[in-house]
Design a binder for this molecule. Structure first.
Ligand code: G6Q
Length: 563
C-alpha cells in the first residue's frame, strides 16, 4: 500500500450530508482480509502462478457480448478474486447499479440522476427520470439528428451561397470534444470521406486558425457543442467562427442559420448567440459531459458515419449496459476490470494504468479515457464528504501500439514502478495489408514478456558477460489485461467505451466517491476569469494575488507591450 494513502487521515462525514448504508472502506470485512491476503501474495511471481495452474490462461478469462477479456496475467489468485468480489458486495455495488439504472440521483453533489444508459436504450424501453419515461425523448432527438445528418450527407442541406457542405467543424471542449474527436478517429473507416471533419477545442487561437486555414466558409458547417453554452473556450471559439463566417458572407446574418447548429441543453443562450433553435439538438442534465458522446454531442459522429452506423454504436453500448446490469459479478467484464484496478491501486500502490490499443484508429482512445477515468474518480472525499484514507483514481495514459514499444515500454519492462496495462486488440484488420499478424504478435509478445520476463539464468545461457546480465534481465511479474474483439466496428466501439464507463463506476462505488461530478475544474476557471481583465487592462492593474502570480502577470504585460 502506498505510504501516502496509509498516512492520510480520514475525516468524519458532515452531519447534514447524504448518508449511505455502507461502512467506510477500511472498515469493510473484505478490506481487512485483502490486507492479509496481499501480504501473502505480494512476493509471488506470475511464473509461479502459471506453473502451479496450467489451465490458468483458459480459466481466468471471460467472454461476453463479443468481447474477450484475458485477466490471467494479473497478480491474483482465486482467493484474491473471491475477496475482491466480497468487497464489491460489501460496498453495495448491486444496489448502486440498480440505483443508477433506476434514475436515482446518485450524483449527490449536483443532485442529479446519472442516466447515460438511457441514451442507448432501444426504442420501446422504459427508463424513468422523475417519473417520466425519457426513452421516447432520446429517440426523438436521435431521429432529428438522423434527418439532419442525412441532409448534410446527401448535400440537401446547403450553405448560404447554395454550395453543399464539405467541412464540418465541432466546437466544444472536455466532454463536448473528446468523445466526438475520439469517435470520429475510431470510426473513420466508416466515414464519408467527401466531408472534412475538424475539432476545435482549445482557447488558443491557433486551434481555430489551423482548423479553418484551408477551408471555404461557404462550404463549412459549425456544430457548437456545449451542454451549458456558457463555457469560456467554446463560446470564444464560436464567436471567432461567427466572425470568420460573417466576414466571408459580407455580414449577412442570415448565413448563421445555414452554417451553425448547436448541441446544448440551454436554448436561451443558443438563441442569444444567433443560432435558430430549430437547429438545436438537445440533451438533458442527467447526461454528464464525459458520458455524452452517444447523445446529441455525437452529431458530428453521426454526420461522419451515418445514422445506421451511429445506431449500431448505440447498440454496442446497450449490449454492454445489459451485461453490466445483469451478469453475475464473477462473470461481469466491467466489474472484474474495475476490481482488478482497485487491487493494484490500493494494495500494490500502482499510481498509473497504461491503456495500449493495438489499433491505429484508436489513437485518441487513451486521451478520451483520461477524462472518463480521471475526471470521474479523481476525488478526495466520500459521498458523505469525509476525507478518504486510501487512494482513489489512478492516472490513465497510453498510446497506440506498436509505437509505444519504441519509447516508454522500457520503463514498464525494467523500471521501478508497477504499471498495470490494458492491451486492446482486434482479430480482423480494417485495412488488410498483410501487417496484422505482425501487429498482434506484438500484443502477445509484450504481455508475455511483461508477465514472465527473462531470468538471469536465461540471459547467462545466451553467453552474456556477467557484468551485462543485470542490464539484460527482465524481472517480469508485470500485470496486464488483454481485451480482444473481432473488429473495430461501431458496435465494438460502443462496447469498449461502456466497458470502461462501468468499470469506472464500479471503482467509484468501492471508493464510495461521486464519480459524476467534477468540482475540481472550477477553481482554475474562476481564477482565469479574474485574471483576464488584469491582462487586458490598458492601465496598470492593482494585483492582489500571491507574489509569484503577480510577478508573472507583470512580466507578461511587459512582454506583450501593455506597459
Ligand atoms: C465533463 C465535464 C466537462 C464538460 C466541459 C464542457 O464531464 O463536465 O469536461 O464537458 O467543461 O462543458 P460544456 O459542454 O457545458 O461546454
Amino acid at each position: 500500500m502506498a505510504v501516502a494513502s496509509s498516512q492520510r487521515k480520514r475525516t468524519a462525514p458532515l452531519a447534514n450530508a447524504p448518508t449511505t448504508n455502507v461502512p467506510p472502506l477500511r472498515q469493510r470485512r473484505a478490506w481487512a482480509l485483502l490486507e492479509k491476503h496481499y501480504q501473502k501474495l505480494k512476493g509471488v511471481h506470475l511464473r509461479q502462478l502459471f506453473s502451479e495452474d496450467p489451465e490458468r490462461g483458459e480459466r481466468l478469462t471471460v467472454e461476453a457480448v463479443g468481447l474477450y477479456l484475458d485477466y490471467s496475467k494479473n497478480r491474483i489468485t482465486d482467493e484474491t478474486l473471491q475477496l475482491l468480489l466480497q468487497l464489491a458486495e460489501e460496498s453495495g455495488l448491486r444496489d448502486r447499479i440498480d440505483a443508477m439504472f433506476r434514475g436515482d440521483k446518485i450524483n449527490v453533489s449536483e443532485n442529479r440522476s446519472v442516466l447515460h444508459v438511457a441514451l442507448r436504450a432501444p426504442r420501446g424501453a422504459v427508463i424513468l427520470h422523475d417519473g417520466r419515461n425519457v426513452v421516447p425523448d432520446v429517440h426523438a432527438v436521435l431521429d432529428r439528428m438522423a434527418d439532419f445528418s442525412n441532409r448534410v450527407r446527401t448535400g440537401d442541406w446547403k450553405g448560404q451561397t447554395g454550395k453543399r457542405i464539405r467541412n464540418v467543424i465541432n466546437i466544444g471542449i472536455g466532454g463536448s470534444d473528446l468523445g466526438p474527436v475520439m469517435a470520429y478517429e475510431a470510426l473513420k473507416h466508416y466515414s464519408d470521406r467527401a466531408v472534412t471533419f475538424r475539432f476545435v477545442s482549445n482557447v488558443d487561437g491557433t486551434d481555430f486558425a489551423e482548423a479553418v486555414r484551408d477551408l471555404d466558409p461557404a462550404e463549412t458547417l459549425f456544430i457548437v457543442s456545449s451542454k451549458t453554452f456558457t463555457t469560456l473556450e467554446t463560446m470564444t471559439n464560436a464567436r471567432t467562427a461567427r466572425e470568420w463566417l460573417l466576414g466571408a458572407m459580407k455580414g449577412e446574418h442570415g448565413a448563421i442559420a445555414r452554417h451553425f447548429v448547436a448541441v446544448s441543453t440551454n436554448a436561451t443562450e443558443v438563441a442569444k448567440f444567433g443560432i435558430d433553435t430549430a437547429n438545436m439538438f438537445g440533451f438533458w442534465d442527467w447526461v454528464g459531459g464525459r458520458y455524452s458522446m452517444d447523445s446529441a454531442i455525437g452529431l458530428s459522429t453521426m454526420i461522419a458515419i451515418g445514422p445506421d452506423n451511429f445506431r449500431a454504436m448505440l447498440g454496442g453500448f446497450h449490449e454492454m449496459d445489459e451485461h453490466f446490469r445483469t451478469a453475475p459479478f464473477d462473470r461481469n467484464l466491467p466489474v472484474l476490470m474495475g476490481l482488478i484496478g482497485v487491487w493494484y491501486n490500493d494494495w500494490f500502490g500502482a499510481q498509473t494504468v497504461a491503456v495500449l490499443p493495438y489499433e491505429q484508429y484508436l489513437k485518441r482512445f487513451p486521451a478520451y479515457l483520461q477524462q472518463l477515468t480521471m475526471e470521474s474518480n479523481g476525488k478526495h472525499v466520500t459521498l458523505e464528504g469525509a476525507q478518504v484514507d486510501y487512494d482513489t483514481g489512478p492516472i490513465y495514459w497510453g498510446e497506440p501500439g506498436t509505437n509505444g514499444q519504441h519509447s516508454f515500454y522500457q520503463l514498464i519492462h525494467q523500471g521501478t514502478r508497477l504499471i498495470p496495462c490494458d492491451f486492446i486488440a482486434f482479430a480482423k484488420p480494417l485495412n488488410p495489408l498483410g501487417h496484422h499478424d505482425t501487429l498482434i504478435a506484438n500484443v502477445f509478445a509484450q504481455t508475455e514478456a511483461l508477465a514472465f520476463g527473462k531470468t538471469a539464468e536465461q540471459v547467462e545461457a545466451e553467453g552474456t558477460p556477467d557484468w551485462l546480465v543485470p542490464h539484460r534481465l527482465f524481472e517480469g511479474n508485470r500485470p496486464s489485461n488483454t481485451i480482444m474483439l473481432d473488429a473495430l466496428t461501431p458496435a465494438a466501439l460502443g462496447k469498449l467505451v461502456a466497458l470502461y464507463e462501468h468499470s469506472v463506476f464500479t471503482q467509484g462505488t468501492i471508493w464510495q466517491i461521486d464519480s459524476f461530478d467534477q468540482w475540481g475544474v472550477e477553481l482554475g476557471k474562476a481564477l482565469a476569469q479574474r485574471i483576464i481583465p488584469e491582462l487586458e487592462s490598458a492601465t496598470e492593474p492593482k494585483l492582489e494575488h500571491d507574489s509569484s502570480t503577480n510577478t508573472l502577470i507583470r512580466r507578461y504585460r511587459k512582454l506583450k507591450g501593455a506597459v
